[in-house]
Unconditional design. Sequence first.
Length: 383
Amino acid sequence: MSNKADVLIIGSGYAGWQAAEAIRKENSDAVITLLTADDGMVYPKPALSMALSQNKTPDDLPEATANQKGAELDLGVKVRTKVMSINTQRKKVMTTTGSFSYKKLILATGAKAMAPKVEGDAAHEIVTINDLTAYKKFYKALKGVQKVTLIGGGLIATELAEDLRAFGVEVDMIVRGSHLMSQIMPEAISHNLEAKLRERGVNLIFNSEVKEMNKSENGYVLKTDQGETFDAQLVLAAIGILPNIALAKKAKVETNLGICIDANCQTNVQDVYAVGDCAEADGVVQAYLEPIRRQVKALASHAYGDSSERFEVLPTLIKTKTPSLSIMLSPPLHATHGQWELNMNVGENQRLHYTVDGEVSGFALSGEFVTSANKLYKELYSA
Ligand SMILES: Cc1cc2nc3c(=O)[nH]c(=O)nc-3n(C[C@H](O)[C@H](O)[C@H](O)COP(=O)(O)OP(=O)(O)OC[C@H]3O[C@@H](n4cnc5c(N)ncnc54)[C@H](O)[C@@H]3O)c2cc1C
């Protein structure tokens, strides 16, 4: 027999729980069931790249269990329940613990961390972190480790490097590009941050790609495309994410890099919605918390309200968790033919604008200038 729900949510990350909250706010009667492949624990994922320096262990991070959060929102939760397939015609999902029928389905299946393509007999031992379970394993593996090799130079890799250093671990950071966070941050600020990280002892290696990882007597030995070798005890990669779209794809829901959604966060199939890291709107996957908050509002408003809220893809505002230098970024959605221009510079305090044909479409602030971020953001994006 199939379990029945008005709203079925797949996923218990920030997007899944926020969607449940938004729907409950809009409708107190709807029967909501949340299914999740993991334990459903509520925790702040951004804390995973700053917990070490705050002396927090993985056990300090959960804010509520799945049952506690489910009771608070008056909804049913099925943990360790992996959805295997969706039948959108019969409005039914098949899981590892039985089948569930729905009136409205919300896909909040998140993303998986990408692993670098590396040869060698230890390549499969590269660690990635995109959830609390993986973080717990990493934390355990870190015991007794003096040196970590980090592959990647984006936001999360950079935050992890600084966090590990503050924890007393040596860090070799191997970056494919020529500076840190090159996709979202101007070089001028990267250089200041790189100097700070070097002062703190992070060994930054740019324009280099790990090609091989083999076991050695004391751990691992890595070879790069530049012919360099690095000894490592633990190898951590943070090179990006890939939205979890397989379920949607199998169910013939339209996908691209993510699951394609409209301004109501509805997919091309009626009553099937997607939010969070698995979702793509206007060709963009925005893997940050702020867009998720706006997505779930639009979804709930369409599913149970007056459809007055619409999700608009806007550049987001990012506060980097790099204690050595305060940085606020609002990178352009499409960094194609524009450029970063220095607008103000007093020591390490910098303000840069991203301009396309003279029009500002993004900014980056460092040092004391970060205090003007919210004002600047409102000026740029409020109608
Ligand atoms: C280290 C780190 C630091 C970050 N820092 C920031 C920050 O400072 N600011 C910011 O805005 N963002 C930050 N982010 C990004 C932000 O945390 C994510 O955008 C957000 O948490 C994504 O939530 P989600 O619910 O979409 O996905 P996820 O958290 O990945 O949740 C997906 C859920 O779907 C479930 N699931 C998947 N497939 C199935 C299936 N078949 N059946 C059942 N369940 C399934 C999973 O078990 C999981 O519960 C950070 C991310 C990381 C990794």
